[in-house]
Design a protein around this ligand. Structure first.
Ligand code: ATP
Ligand code: MG
Length: 266
C-alpha cells in the first residue's frame, strides 16, 4: 500500500478556482469530513496538500485499491521472535496524531473497508479497533478527506448512500481559462502566451468528449506539454507527445487532435 506522511516546510502552491479554501477551513473547524469530487488531474491532491499546510496539520495519504482491507487502514498484529506486537495502520496513526487523512480514489476500496470510516466521519469521531478492543477517539485536528472521480467506472462502482451522506462534498472541476493558464505557467515556467495557447487547445479538445473522445485532457496533461516546451521541445511535438498520445490510440481521433494542435501552434 502506498502511504505518505508529510509536513512540507514550504507552501504547496494552489490557485483557488472558487470558494473551496474557505469551505474547507469551515469543515475543518466544524470537524466535518470532506469529499472532493472531480476529474483526474484537476487539482484534488494539490488542494489537500495546500490545505494541510494552511491548517498546519500533518497529511497522511492512502491510495485506495480493490485489495485494500480494513486491517491495511487500522493495523495488525505482527509476529516477532518474542511474541506479537500491534502495529497501527495509517488511519489509526492519523486518528491518534490529529492528522488530515486523505483517502485517494475511495470508490476503489471494498465496501467492507469503507465501512470502518463510518464512525469516524459522523459526530462520533471514533475508530473501533476490534482486534485490540480499543475504541479510539479522534484527536483534535483529525479530519477525514476522500477523493472521488465521478466519471470513472461509474457503472461498476459507487459509494453507498450511507457513506456518501457522511461527507460535505466539494466539486473541483477544471479551472476557468485564465486560472488554468496561470496554473500551467506557474507549474512549468512556460511563458503566459504559450500557457494560454495550451488552455485554448484543451478547451477545443474537451468539446470532443461527446464525439468519441473518452478522456479529455486534464490540467496535468497541459502541464506536461508545457514542461516539454519550456525545455526546448517544439510546441507541436510537445503537444503530440504530452497531450494527444496519452489521450487516444485511435488513428482517426489522433489525426483530428493533431489538426487542433496544428491550428493552435502554427
Ligand atoms: N488549482 C490548482 N492550483 C495549483 N496547481 C494545480 C491546480 N490544479 C491542478 N494543478 C496542477 O495539476 C497537477 C495535477 O493535479 P493533482 O495531482 O492535484 O490532480 P488530482 O485531481 O489529484 O488528480 P488524480 O485524480 O489523477 O489524482 C498538480 O501537480 C499541479 O501541478
Ligand atoms: Mg490525486
Amino acid at each position: 500500500m502506498h502511504e505518505l506522511a508529510s509536513m512540507p516546510s514550504t507552501e504547496p502552491w494552489y490557485q483557488p478556482t472558487g470558494n473551496e479554501v474557505a469551505l474547507f477551513e469551515q469543515c475543518h473547524q466544524r470537524r466535518m469530513a470532506v469529499m472532493l469530487k472531480g476529474p483526474t488531474g484537476c487539482g484534488k491532491t494539490r488542494f489537500v496538500e495546500h490545505m494541510a499546510w494552511r491548517l498546519q496539520r500533518p497529511l497522511i495519504t492512502i491510495a485506495c485499491h480493490d485489495d485494500l482491507a480494513a486491517s491495511d487502514l487500522i493495523g495488525r498484529y505482527l509476529i516477532q521472535h518474542n511474541g506479537t506486537v500491534w502495529q497501527d495502520g495509517p488511519l489509526t496513526r492519523a486518528v491518534r496524531q490529529g492528522a488530515i487523512c486523505y483517502l485517494d480514489e475511495v470508490v476503489e476500496a471494498r465496501q467492507d473497508t469503507v465501512v470502518v470510516l463510518h464512525a469516524l466521519s459522523d459526530h462520533r469521531r471514533m475508530l473501533p479497533i476490534d482486534k485490540t478492543g480499543e475504541n479510539l477517539e479522534a484527536a483534535p485536528g483529525f479530519q477525514l478527506v476522500v477523493s472521488y472521480n465521478p466519471g470513472y467506472q461509474r457503472m461498476l462502482k459507487d459509494l453507498k448512500p450511507s457513506t456518501r451522506q457522511r461527507f460535505v462534498a466539494m466539486d473541483l472541476d477544471f479551472p476557468s481559462a485564465e486560472n488554468e493558464a496561470r496554473i500551467v505557467h506557474h507549474e512549468s515556467n512556460v511563458d503566459l502566451a504559450t500557457a494560454r495557447g495550451l488552455v485554448s487547445l484543451a478547451e477545443r479538445i474537451r468539446k470532443l468528449r461527446d464525439r468519441g473522445l473518452a478522456e479529455v485532457p486534464s490540467t496535468r496533461l497541459l502541464i506536461s506539454a508545457a514542461i516539454l516546451i519550456a525545455n526546448g521541445i517544439p510546441p507541436r511535438e510537445a503537444c503530440y507527445a504530452g497531450i494527444v498520445s496519452p489521450l487516444t490510440d485511435e488513428p482517426s481521433m489522433t489525426s483530428a487532435l493533431r489538426d487542433l494542435v496544428n491550428g493552435t501552434f502554427v
